[in-house]
Design a protein around this ligand. Structure first.
Ligand code: FAD
Length: 635
């Protein structure tokens, strides 16, 4: 076997986005020797792309905001399928995590009286997104990195070594979690630049690998979103929750083709942007669903008044949750009322009191993006936009308080974990999710290590098997090109498991994925191991295929439409299905495992939380027997 480098840590965090960095900071603050492993360059995690802001009920712009209102909005956005304990922890702890970030040096935009400014976003009752222009994720990452450097300086002072207790392994990709019996014992990784293998021994591993967007053809996600954490968890014996819920952001660029899918932030709509079809009609007023009728304006005049007087008017329907807006755009395009390149029009022209200058000040990145990529000046012309695969609500099933997965020693946080957002995530809730649950997972991992009687050991056989698996694409002769197989996988997911789903198409998708399994197992690459993107993709394909199978299976099973899962053949939301979580695990031959899907009951919401909602609202989501006695009695 080739020589393999070995390192030993207490906690290994896979991923250097917001969730990973926050988890690593916490593990280090708890005194644990911690490694951060990141497939991309340090600082180039997906989190840097987050534009709109971080949702936290600080009440800086509207003092009526508080954790209870945020909790209600999150549950409504997720159509009551959220893990309510996670939604509760998130709503309660998000303000502290944002203030903590400020304490560590983040420079948020301010209100006139000097507080952290908060902006409107879809599904949030009050202005709630703490932001830095439209570059909030970048500031989050910059601040977390600054905190890490400060901790490393402390370690240098105390131990003479910056990396003594917190080290970053950038451009290093984990391909396997290692187990001692059923417990985590470490991870197996390769260094992208050299192709060399590294084993990290550690009793606790935090997955913070982000999403799965690269399994779809049109996506706002970048190259590293290949569902690695999801697949690593499955392969180690953990479970994935509700993978059918994939968020298609309503506004991705549709033109030119080279940039199709790139995100147009929701802040455009939060900052007075409106959607129009080819007839010039502001069509969202035709798409307000029954469950949201009470909270949304029914006339353009009322919707427009809301920006300046939110207490006496209802919000415009452009700010409905993302799933509603994405479906509405899809319907307009299908009805031949779309824009020339297959989207609809989004415009801020003449919408801001400060005119073009205000547009450039409030939306600098969007102004730049459209000018550079599409030669469109958004101060003068509308943008063309359409749905793009953006976020996965499904993910590793975890304990809400500690982030612990089913496998002892395995933790998950951020986009790769499941439960928090139910069937649909509200914009802005991810950045605070990363901070709240990143911290909790780091803490959970540290406490787990403290409680261990003995450290698990990494076995030579497991390392040998992981090494052989990683080298297989080089050993095959006459195998397929990984790029061809990837394109077919993406096309299958886009065409058959996309924004609107049907039984027949989902069955067809599963058959196609079954055929792709053999082809993924037969991809081949040539050449050396140093910086070899084809080889990297060959290894990522295993992960994308696994998550795609989970998504398609769960989408076929759930016979209702809810949040990020729309079934053309089952268009209604069903109170009976709301009580069901769909859980995937791997079964069968470990060398060629199959995805098994099971229904699992959702835990009923705690009494004090359920009473935060009006009975009339609860009746829209819950079954008769789930309703509190008072609500049922009103019938
Ligand atoms: P990431 O930030 O993606 O980090 C994942 C990390 O894992 C990376 O470092 C990656 O290299 C690493 N990794 C992956 N696989 C491996 C592996 N096998 N081995 C080693 N490392 C690995 N949310 C909001 O709340 N507000 C917003 O305004 C907002 N805007 C967005 C705009 C865009 C364009 C996009 C795409 C998303 C936006 N989101 C927003 C969503 C939010 O940014 C993401 O959900 C969030 O940043 C995910 O953070 P994370 O820490 O879970 O993962």
């Amino acid at each position: 076997m080739t020589e393999i480098e070995r390192h030993s840590y207490d906690v290994v965090v896979i991923g250097a986005g917001g969730a990973g960095l926050r988890a690593a900071i916490e593990a280090r603050l708890q005194g644990k020797k911690t490694a951060i492993i990141s497939k991309s360059l340090f600082g180039k995690a997906h989190t840097v792309m987050a534009e709109g802001g971080a949702a936290a009920a600080m009440g800086n712009v509207n003092p009526n905001d508080n954790w209870q209102v945020h909790f209600r909005d999150t549950m409504r956005g997720g159509k009551f399928l959220n893990n309510w304990r996670m939604a509760e922890l998130h709503a309660k702890e998000a303000p502290d995590r944002v203030w903590e970030l400020e304490h560590w040096g983040a420079l948020f935009d301010r209100t006139k009286d000097g507080k952290i400014s908060q902006r409107n976003f879809g599904g949030h009752e009050y202005p709630r997104l703490a932001h830095v222009g439209d570059r909030t994720g970048l500031e989050l990452i910059r601040t977390a990195q600054q905190k890490i450097v400060a901790l490393q300086q402390e370690d240098h002072r105390d131990h003479g070594d910056y990396d003594a207790r917190l080290k970053v392994w950038a451009e290093t990709t984990v391909t396997r979690l290692l187990l001692d019996g059923d417990r985590i014992s470490g991870v197996f990784a390769y260094v992208r630049e050299t192709g060399k293998f590294v084993v990290f021994e550690a009793p606790a591993v935090v997955l913070a690998t982000g999403g799965i967007g690269k399994a779809f053809k049109v996506t706002s996600n970048s190259w590293e979103y290949t569902g690695d954490g999801h697949a690593l968890a499955l392969l180690a014996g953990a479970t994935l929750l509700n993978m059918e819920f994939v968020q298609f952001h309503p506004t991705g660029m549709v033109w030119p083709p080279s940039v199709k899918g790139i995100l147009v932030t929701e802040s455009v709509r939060g900052d007075r942007g409106i959607l129009k079809n080819s007839d010039g009609k502001r069509f969202m007023f035709d798409y307000i669903p029954e469950v949201f009728k009470a909270q949304y304006a029914t006339t353009e005049e009322e919707g427009d008044r809301w920006y300046d007087d939110p207490d006496n008017n209802r919000r415009p329907p452009e700010l409905l949750p993302r799933d509603e807006v994405a479906r509405a755009i899809n319907s307009e395009v299908k009805a031949n009322r779309g824009s020339p390149h297959g989207g609809v029009f989004l415009t801020v022209v003449d919408r801001m009191p400060g005119g073009a200058e205000e547009i450039k000040r409030r939306l600098p990145a969007m102004h730049h993006q459209f000018k550079e990529l599409a030669d469109v000046d958004i101060t003068k012309e509308p943008m063309e936009v359409g749905p793009t695969c953006h976020y996965v609500m499904g993910g590793v099933e975890v304990d809400p308080d500690t982030g612990a997965a089913l496998v002892p020693g395995l933790f998950a946080a951020g986009e790769c974990s499941g439960g928090m957002h139910g069937s649909n995530r509200l914009g802005g809730n991810s950045l605070t999710d990363l901070l709240v649950f990143g911290r909790r997972a780091g803490l959970g991992a540290a406490e787990y290590v403290d409680a261990l009687a003995d450290r698990p050991a990494v076995s030579a056989e497991e390392v040998e098997a992981a090494s052989a698996e990683a080298l297989e694409p080089f050993d095959r002769t006459g195998g397929e090109n990984p790029y061809t197989v990837h394109q077919e996988l993406q096309q299958t997911m886009n065409d058959l498991v996309g924004i609107i789903r049907k039984e027949g198409e989902l069955e067809q998708a599963l058959q196609s994925l079954d055929k792709l399994r053999a082809r993924v197992a037969n991809v081949a690459v040539e050449g050396g191991r140093g910086y070899h993107p084809g080889w990297h993709l060959a290894l990522d394909l295993r992960n994308m295929l696994l998550v795609s199978e989970c998504i398609a299976k769960a989408a076929l099973e759930r016979q209702e439409s809810r949040g990020g899962h729309t079934r053309d053949d089952h268009p209604a939301m069903s109170a009976d299905w709301r009580k069901v979580n769909l859980v995937c695990r791997l079964v069968g031959d470990p060398a060629d495992p199959r995805v098994e899907l099971k229904r699992q009951p959702l835990e009923p919401m705690r009494e004090d939380l359920i009473t935060l909602f009006e009975n009339d609202e609860l009746k829209k989501y819950l079954t008769e027997e789930e309703l509190p006695v008072s609500a049922a009695a009103e019938e």
